[in-house]
Design a protein around this ligand. Structure first.
Ligand code: 2HG
Ligand code: ZN
Length: 466
């Protein structure tokens, strides 16, 4: 596709829709919007537009569609697959001014929000009313709900409560041609034609610009217990996950961390932590509405841990220790990435195959000679594999490593899984999509893309090339 390069006439139009200071073209601004949290990638946009409402976005889309200008939506830029990088330059639509919690409907357990609301701000707002919005990515303090919807983001609580996808009831979307639509309705049941709401969730800004989100809420369970179990073998830690869930308890978090991840996280944050001969950990949380419902869940978990030769179980007795354990876990991703150039794979398998996936990754890392740090949402069969470049040559990194990554993804497929559980395909994983998609998959998806975005101006070159 041949896209129009933005000129002064285009900028004048954007300024007529937005105020002058909401059309950014200074190199410092362009630089800020040229990166996200993905590897060391950088793509400069030609302009950054900062709209305040759907009507402005509609006018921008109509114009960009007519003139074939690319539009890449952006939340907080915390994505890990390059989803908001403007690879064809054009316009970045920065959505941070659409940051209103429009309505929290306590009677119906729903809320309507704009896409730029920060995940944690929303969680706290509903919690103040005794309500619960579970999806909690590690970057919850900075990532936006719009970005979460665009990727169907997850987080530790998803093992019990599901991912972002499970909470989206309805969306207001500005289409590529500028029309504003509701994808569904603000109801808990909907059997009315194709499910455009769920199609939009996880579509990474390639099908439309999300301008309002109706989210489902739950009641907030106020009691929780957290424990950290250590294992002499990572395989046993992985195998213990299915044991725990088969014991008739669904933890509100069931996270895996290998020793290296914990070492990096504790040492970089000066967290006091005693290490022994363990190789891996499970961080296990249970929650409840009544305090007496915690202990029976813990007992079932202890039994399962015993059967899998747990070495040690540390109970987080006070709020401070709970915070410390969560800090260790939540910071691993960010801190590992400070050590070396990296690639992060967001593998997911049918849960009981987690030990086999882990072993396969260990085998491949030895065979190819790279170092990994693994952690993630074991309860969902979702393992984040950080591959560190360290002193490996650029030649290896560019030519050999993709072969190893492909093998990791083939393992995912073999074990009933796929190549991304919660980070999306974006730019960096699309070269591997054929591992799990047949040609007919691509044809169907490209057909959908064409129906929504005939000139392919929305977030071009993401998920697949068209
Ligand atoms: C994690 O599990 C996340 O640590 C990192 O997947 C993603 O929240 C994030 O930015
Ligand atoms: Zn994660």
């Amino acid at each position: 596709m041949k896209y129009k390069i933005i000129d002064s006439k285009d900028l004048s139009f954007f300024k007529s829709i937005l105020s002058e200071n909401c059309v950014l073209t200074e190199s410092e601004d362009l630089n800020t919007y040229s990166r996200d949290y993905t590897e060391d990638l950088q793509f400069l946009p030609s302009a950054v537009l900062v709209p305040s409402n759907a009507e402005q976005i509609s006018s921008i889309m109509k114009y960009c569609h007519e003139h074939t200008i690319t539009v890449t939506a952006r939340g907080a830029g915390t994505g890990l697959s390059g989803g908001c990088l403007p690879v064809e330059a054009g316009v970045v639509l920065a959505l941070h001014k659409l940051n209103k919690i429009i309505h929290i409907d306590e009677n119906n357990f729903q809320a309507i929000v704009e896409p730029g609301v920060i995940n944690e701000v929303f969680q706290e707002a509903v919690q103040a009313l005794g309500l619960f919005y579970p999806p909690d990515p590690a970057s919850k303090g900075s990532c936006t709900l719009g970005g979460n919807v665009a990727h169907s983001s997850g987080g530790p609580r998803c093992v019990k409560y599901g991912t972002t996808r499970d909470y989206v009831l309805n969306l207001e979307v500005v289409l590529a041609i500028g029309e504003i639509i509701q994808t569904g309705a603000n109801v808990l049941k909907n059997s009315t034609g194709y499910n455009l709401t769920q199609l939009m969730v996880g579509s990474e800004g390639t099908l439309g610009i999300i301008t309002k989100i109706t989210l489902k809420l739950l009641s907030y369970p106020p009691y929780r217990t957290l424990m950290l179990a250590s294992f002499a073998s990572a395989k046993n830690a992985c195998a213990c996950v299915s044991k725990i869930l088969s014991a008739g308890v669904t933890p509100s978090a069931l996270e895996f961390m290998d020793k290296k991840g914990v070492e990096i996280s504790t040492s970089k944050q000066n967290i006091n932590f005693k290490f022994g001969d363990e190789k891996a950990y499970l961080l296990i949380e249970v929650d409840a509405f009544e305090i007496e419902d915690l202990l029976p869940q813990c007992e079932k978990i202890y039994n399962a841990l015993d059967q899998m030769e747990v070495m040690n179980v540390l109970m987080a007795e006070d709020a401070e220790t709970k915070e410390k354990f969560w800090k260790i876990r939540r910071s691993i991703g960010e801190l590992v990435k400070q050590i070396s150039i990296y690639k992060e794979e967001d593998t997911v398998v049918t849960r009981s195959y987690l030990p086999q996936l882990y072993e396969g990754v260990e085998y491949l890392s030895k065979q190819y000679g790279f170092e990994t740090v693994c952690y993630g949402h074991a309860g969902d069969g979702n393992l984040h594999i950080n591959i560190l470049k360290n002193n490996l040559s650029d030649e290896f990194w560019q030519n050999e490593l993709p072969k190893a990554i492909r093998k990791i993804f083939e393992l995912c497929k073999q074990y009933g899984g796929t190549i991304s559980g919660e980070h999306g395909i974006g730019l960096v994983q699309k070269q591997y999509l054929d591992v799990v998609f047949s040609p007919i998959h691509f044809e169907l998806m490209k057909g959908i893309k064409k129906a929504f975005d005939p000139k392919s101006i929305l977030n071009p070159k993401k998920i697949f090339d068209i």
